[in-house]
Design a binder for this molecule. Structure first.
Ligand code: G6P
Length: 614
């Protein structure tokens, strides 16, 4: 989604903002822009471009009237089009009619049409089709002599969500930012302040960050920051230390972040499980859950919420909770949950899964569950993210920053954390010490299992290249392999644009089989776990319709080649570990198909890393 960077410092604002915007590229965007305060002319210079940051950089070089040192304050934005096509006019920053106020905005202004009509009647002229432009004009209209007050007065007219950063040539060196529903973080450095929608743009400057809360308004300069409510009451916000370092957001020799993140999974899982497995107790230690054994023992239903890849890891989590803890577990897509009238009992434990911790639908679902009095835990990767803060309890993945838009290591770490959580619940229910110990040992071996899959890289690459020209594919599986099939299809379509569908293997006969043929390969997930024989029959049905079949099977399965054209092998492992192994194989398969097709793997078209609008 859109990215914001604001900078107030001592010089080269353009360079600093550009570097910050590059760190946000992974979120997905289609145009970019910057507004800078020019100390020579004492005006705001605005440069925008469609496409990548490189093209904004070229324009900045060509179009900025002053030398770079003349700019010590500015705001930048990467836009992911919602209202209006990606054009220079629709790109942010938007500037007020009198040229005095520039604003960048993430979120959606729901009443912008009413505001636009009103402002137009008051004589304001609009240059874009966006909802965001109204904010700039409203600030001009509300301005008397204080920028912060003008921004808070303007925001009182607005319905919807926003993370905004504003500068004005009337207030050199001052940046004002405000948040409602769209994240903003402030990096505390010496001699400069960086405001960004995502800490990736801040970690190269500092590890000390303040996260704005909804309805906060921030007034900042190079050396000072002040947070207030929209009614001008000072507020104190805690500082958070971020443990990500710059190396983690570099490619480190890998061609793509996605490949780096696929390969980083053994280490990420080791980090996610470190200090959390209790061998002797056959359990896990997840302090962030803040639940006593008694509270856990009384939970009689688990409800898992998520979107995208997080939804699919949640579907596998259901199996963990039902298999380890005997607790009936339901998984719901977050948007579906928030717009129904969900049933929440007082013994229901809701678990919100979100890598970014910012997904709008999951956040809204969390709020609804909390309003209904549920115990809500979160499993997030991004420290200090809104979902993590609002739930107040849960477990961080500690997977390190995930930059590739298609989620990989967050998915496998979510599985590790869900397994540990289910184990802990299980030990307060009927799970025996012995079974608990076995589960602990298997989770401990996860990095080793994943390494064994990664070693199949060359074989998987060959298969990917062989099938890359196909336009459609099915992924099928049963039990634990069903959500793994959904995730495999999602990975392939996300990064290679091949139309892929995941199905329960038993559903093949209920429709999809009509589409099978020599031009539609079927990826069958058939490790030696319950359901194996039945899925083999489904592969035979596919072969009988001339579909090429790729099996993801257990190493040493001597008969598998009778049922497929090509096979990818994963190590022999316990049933609950098998989806992790299968998905790592699918990640590599999707990656190499996309590479063969020359796709933009880290930033697929139209996709955003963090979907902060509905
Ligand atoms: C977007 C991303 C997906 C991600 C989903 C949920 O669609 O492109 O990779 O799975 O959002 O994100 P979350 O941060 O809540 O896990």
């Amino acid at each position: 989604m859109c990215g914001i960077v604001g900078y107030a410092g001592t010089g080269n604002a353009a360079g600093e903002i550009l570097a910050g915007l590059r760190r946000l590229e992974y979120r997905g965007y289609d145009s970019a822009g910057m507004a800078l305060w020019n100390a020579e002319t004492r005006r705001l210079d605005v440069v925008k471009s469609v496409g990548k940051i490189d093209s904004l950089e070229k324009r900045l070089k060509k179009e900025l009237p002053a030398t770079r040192s003349a700019y010590a304050m500015g705001i930048g934005h990467t836009r992911w089009a919602t209202h209006g096509a990606p054009t220079p006019a629709n790109a942010h920053p938007h500037v007020s009619d009198n040229g005095a106020f520039a604003v960048v905005h993430n979120g959606i202004i729901e009443n912008y049409q009413t505001l636009k009509k009103r402002l137009a009647a008051d004589g304001f002229s609009f240059k874009s089709e966006t909802d965001s432009e109204v904010i700039a004009h409203l600030i001009q209209q509300c301005y008397e002599d204080d920028l912060t007050r003008a921004v808070s007065a303007a925001l009182k007219n607005i319905k919807g969500t926003y993370g905004i950063v504003v500068i004005s040539n009337l207030h050199p060196g001052v940046i004002v930012a405000a948040r409602k529903g769209s994240p903003l973080a402030v990096g505390i450095c010496r001699d400069k302040t960086i405001i960004a929608s995502d800490i990736s743009a801040i970690v190269q400057h500092t590890d000390r960050v303040i996260f704005l809360e909804d309805n906060d308004i921030l007034t900042a300069s190079a050396n000072d920051i002040e947070v207030m409510s929209l009614n001008n009451i000072p507020i104190s916000r805690e500082m958070t230390h971020i443990d990500w370092d710059i190396e983690q957001i570099e490619k480190n020799g890998y061609k793509h972040f996605m490949l780096k993140e696929i390969y980083g999974q053994p280490e990420a899982i080791a980090d996610a499980t470190r200090g959390r497995l209790l061998e002797d107790e056959g359990s896990s230690k997840l302090d962030g859950m803040q639940m006593s054994a008694g509270e856990m023992a009384s939970v009689d239903r688990v409800l898992i919420l998520g979107c995208g890849t997080s939804l699919y890891s949640g579907m596998i989590g259901k199996y963990f909770f039902e298999d380890f803890a005997d607790i009936p577990t339901e998984v719901q897509q977050s948007a579906e949950f928030r717009y129904r009238n969900p049933i929440i009992g007082d013994k229901t434990c809701v678990i919100a899964l979100s890598q970014s911790g910012e997904t709008a639908d999951t956040l809204a679902a969390v709020r609804e569950a909390m309003r209904k009095g549920a115990t809500v835990l979160s499993i997030c990767n991004v420290v200090g993210s809104t979902i993590a803060r609002e739930t107040g309890r849960g477990v961080y993945l500690h997977a390190g920053p995930e930059v590739g838009v298609a989620s990989t290591k967050a998915f496998t770490c979510q599985l590790a954390v869900l397994a540990m959580m289910a184990l802990r619940f299980g030990r307060t229910h009927r799970l025996s010490l012995q079974r608990g110990e076995e589960i602990v040992q298997s989770i401990r071996r996860l990095p080793e299992y994943i390494r064994a899959v990664l070693e199949q890289k060359n074989a998987i690459r060959k298969i990917a290249e062989k099938y890359a020209q196909f336009k459609n594919a099915f992924f099928i599986g049963r039990g634990y392999m069903y959500p793994a099939a959904l995730e495999g299809a999602l990975k392939l379509k996300e990064i290679s644009y091949v139309h892929a569908e995941g199905y329960h293997a038993a559903e093949l006969k209920h429709g999809p089989i009509a589409l099978l043929g020599s031009d539609v390969p079927v990826v069958g997930l058939v490790p030696k776990i319950p359901g194996y024989d039945k899925t083999l029959s489904n592969l035979q049905e596919s072969k009988a319709r001339k579909s090429p079949v790729i099996a993801i099977a257990t190493e040493g399965d001597r008969h598998i080649m009778e049922h497929c054209d090509d096979a990818i092998f994963i190590p022999e492992c316990p049933e609950f570990i098998s989806p992790t192994c299968a998905v790592v194989a699918e990640q590599l398969l999707a990656y190499y198909v996309a590479e063969k097709l020359g796709c933009e793997i880290d930033q697929p078209r139209n996709l955003a890393k963090s979907v902060t609008v509905e």
